[in-house]
Design a protein around this ligand. Structure first.
Ligand code: ZN
Ligand code: ZN
Ligand code: FE
Length: 761
């Protein structure tokens, strides 16, 4: 390519703001001895460059090849400029004509800042809010776009001369680092007791460290909200936290000082290490090693969630305290959103924490830690929040802007704008007022950032979901069409969107969702096209005694299966297997309800089958958190790693006969086969059963693509077995990669389905 004009105008779109892009361009221009300018625009970055054609060519190449690690260049447009070349290269102020820039997520502390943090000669030595153009808060402090200091919560802190100098120097690594701060001019930390009274005296950080060492519980204000912190080696402390949080068994995530400590506590693959060290810094679920950690961190589970320090304050805590591991669990009351404001935390967490380490760098909107797990050789999202949101996902269909409100549990919502989709951070279970309010706050916030006003609303088919009710309210208010999307179809659509698939088989395994025939689905094989689907096969539908209660009490599902297998002979079995914890009268009355079909909707959900199996094995009769029984069953099965056998899961008349599987399980149980072997054979039985069914259906339909989605795919053993069997037999398997496997990815699927339906109308 040759350039005959004296200059070039270069438009760059993508993630190019808040990632050190302008200083990078400036340094590059100096290197190539070019003049011109660079500035942020609403849509990205605009560069003008004047110089010799060959240097311009080199400059263009370097722009692409050497871009900062966090930048993503989606589109580059070049036009010739014929005006006179300026004398120098300058960095210009932002122009806020429109807002279509991509804002990056919050970024873990970088190595350069970390080095300064612990350098006694540095003016930011031990300063908890050190950051630069490569790291620090972004989404959590941005009130509006374009991404400039005046649009962040840092605007309250006028820059001191030294910071201003760094901020204005195009050669400095803090040039236009919008959240730049130092001990002279920036935010501060302080310590208060639960009544809100400041604890003065010694350095607040050192006092907090001392309290943690005494086993106290600290409420720590972090990047996206509060954590409750206690030493993870202190069993009593962990128990106290569990009691106060009313969270008897749900696993608690920990933070460890460095990768070396992480490797001592869990087994880590190179993929898992990369995830831990990435700028996203999520919680990684990994297989435990024997250690001195408190046993009650993740009782009964073979894996543990851990993360590395991702803010300067975390690094300081570990450096000063020498801790091996700290529990870092969301600062919330069970079932409600994360606290992120000081006053709110003091009000809601006062009975949970012994003291509060606060700061005054305001958080615009709460955002939880993300959670990932390596399954099938890749990092899969369990919870998508900090470090990921608000990154855009491709939206492969033209449509007016859509708001998809998501499901009931693990809610996220999705907003679309042209060919992009923005999925919100994890909102939580939409079954209380606090979570509803949080939903509304996040929606308002994202709408402001994206400047988008939905013209279509999409929601679940279930009439009782709060998300559905909100969607109806919205559709009425804004007079736009409301499109209801069946739960499992939305699951399938989400993966189809991610991979741009046209027509595919979908294996959807989860625990909760209303089907189009009024029964509860969740063990489904669908054939899905854009806006059209067919239910090809499913797990045998069995009664779910007590409806929602059965999801909390797995013994109810065990009883339903005992009745299926033994009919009127079920009671003695029930007494033997469940009688120690469930009174005979209750067993009898629920059996009667099952027999008569009273308050026992039919379900084909895979999650309920796992519940039944776990309860029959005595692992868990009552869930203390969602999916506890299936998680215990998976961990038990993982111990039988040499096992290859499977229970039968016959496929006929489009139904996978789970009764046969449960019957075989009970026979093994009678023969005192080790429970881990039984647990494994359940997994293998399901994997082989579904494989057989999918093969048959693939031959019937001529479709060789299969997408996986639904909460049950968080079960690494089941997923990996399925993946292996299907690939061996020549099918192509697609799993969600950029969105959670569970209901956290559903909203995106709802949006895409709604776009397809809208187009057809
Ligand atoms: Zn940095
Ligand atoms: Zn300063
Ligand atoms: Fe689901």
């Amino acid at each position: 390519m040759a350039f005959f004009s004296p200059g070039l105008g270069i438009y760059i779109k993508g993630v190019v703001q808040g990632v050190g892009f302008r200083p990078f361009v400036y340094r590059l221009a100096l290197r190539y001895k070019l003049t011109g300018s660079v500035r942020n625009t609403g849509e990205g970055v605009y560069v003008t460059a004047y110089g010799k054609p060959e240097t311009l060519e080199g400059f263009l190449k370097a722009l692409k090849d050497e871009a900062p690690p966090l930048a993503r260049l989606d589109q580059i447009q070049i036009q010739p400029l014929y005006d006179a070349a300026p004398q120098i290269f300058t960095v210009l102020e932002s122009r806020s004509d429109n807002k279509k820039t991509k804002l990056p997520p919050d970024i873990a502390t970088c190595q350069a800042c970390l080095h300064e943090l612990f350098d006694p000669q540095d003016r930011r030595y031990r300063y908890p809010f050190i950051n630069c153009t490569d790291c620090g808060p972004r989404y959590s402090v941005v009130e509006d776009l374009p991404y400039d200091r005046q649009n962040t919560t840092l605007k309250r802190f006028p820059l001191c001369p030294a910071c201003l100098q760094e901020y204005s120097d195009p050669g400095n690594r803090r040039f236009h680092a919008e959240p730049i701060a130092c001990p002279q001019c920036g935010p501060k930390i302080w310590l208060v007791d639960p009544s809100g009274k400041e604890i003065t005296g010694e350095d607040p950080l050192l006092q907090a460290v001392k309290a943690l060492k005494e086993g106290k519980i600290l409420a720590l204000r972090g990047l996206g909200g509060f954590h409750l912190v206690v030493e993870a080696t202190n069993e009593q402390g962990v128990q106290r936290l569990r009691q106060r949080k009313q969270r008897p068994r749900k696993p608690l995530a920990i933070m460890v000082p460095d990768l070396k400590t992480a490797e001592e506590l869990v087994h880590l693959s190179s993929t898992e290490k990369d995830a831990l060290l990435s700028f996203r810094s999520p919680i990684v679920l990994a297989e435990k090693r024997p250690s001195s950690l408190a046993p009650s961190l993740a009782p009964g589970l073979s894996y543990l969630g851990l993360m590395l320090p991702y803010t300067p304050l975390h690094h300081l805590l570990f450096r000063e305290g020498g801790f091996r591991a700290l529990v870092m669990t969301s600062g919330n009351l069970s079932g409600t959103p994360l606290c992120f404001r000081n006053e709110e935390a003091l009000k809601r967490l006062r009975k949970l924490a012994d003291l509060f380490l606060l700061h005054d760098r305001e958080i615009v909107i709460g955002i939880d830690d993300s959670v990932v797990r390596e399954i099938g050789g890749k990092i899969r999202l369990i919870r998508r929040a900090r470090g990921y949101v608000p990154e855009a996902l491709p939206f492969p269909t033209e449509s007016p802007p859509i708001l998809a409100v998501g499901p009931l549990l693990k809610n996220t919502f999705c907003l679309t704008r042209e060919k992009e989709a923005f999925v919100s951070q994890h909102i939580g279970d939409l079954d209380n007022l606090e979570t509803e309010n949080f939903f509304r706050q996040v929606l308002r916030h994202l709408q402001r950032l994206l400047e988008v006003s939905p013209r279509i609303v999409a929601c679940d088919l279930h009439p009782g979901y709060l998300s559905t009710i909100l969607a109806e309210e919205w559709a009425r208010k804004f007079k736009c069409p409301l499109i209801k999307v069946p739960h499992h179809v939305a699951h399938a659509a989400a993966v189809m969107g991610e991979f741009g698939l046209e027509r595919t088989l979908a294996l959807i395994l989860d625990g909760l969702g209303l089907g189009t025939d009024g029964t509860l689905w969740g063990g489904e094989i669908l054939l899905v096209e854009h806006g059209h689907f067919e239910r090809l096969a499913h797990l045998e539908a069995v009664p779910q005694p007590g409806g929602d209660a059965a999801a909390r009490e797995p013994w109810r599902m065990a009883l339903a299966y005992l009745y299926r297998v033994f009919g009127d002979q079920a009671l003695p079995w029930a007494q033997r297997l469940l009688g120690a914890s469930i009174p005979q009268k209750t067993l009898e009355s629920i059996l009667t309800a099952i027999k008569k079909g009273l308050h026992s909707p039919l379900t084909s959900a895979c999650g309920r089958l796992f519940d039944a199996c776990a309860a029959l094995l005595g692992l868990c009769l009552r869930n203390s958190f969602e999916a506890e029984a299936p998680m215990l069953l998976e961990c038990l099965a993982a111990r039988a790693s040499n096992e290859r056998q499977a229970y039968p899961l016959p496929f006929s008349n489009r139904i996978l006969k789970t009764t046969a599987l449960v019957k075989a399980l009970l026979e093994d149980y009678q023969r005192e086969i080790p429970p881990e072997t039984i647990a494994f054979k359940i997994h293998q039985g399901l994997a082989l059963g579904f494989t057989q069914a999918l093969l048959t259906l693939s031959q019937e339909t001529g479709v060789r693509n299969v997408v996986f989605s639904g909460g049950c795919f968080q079960n690494a053993l089941l997923s990996q077995l399925l993946d292996e069997h299907l690939r061996e037999r020549g099918l192509r398997v697609f799993w969600p990669e950029r969105l959670p496997l569970n209901d956290g990815g559903l909203a995106y699927g709802q949006a895409l389905w709604a776009a397809w339906i809208y187009k057809r109308q």
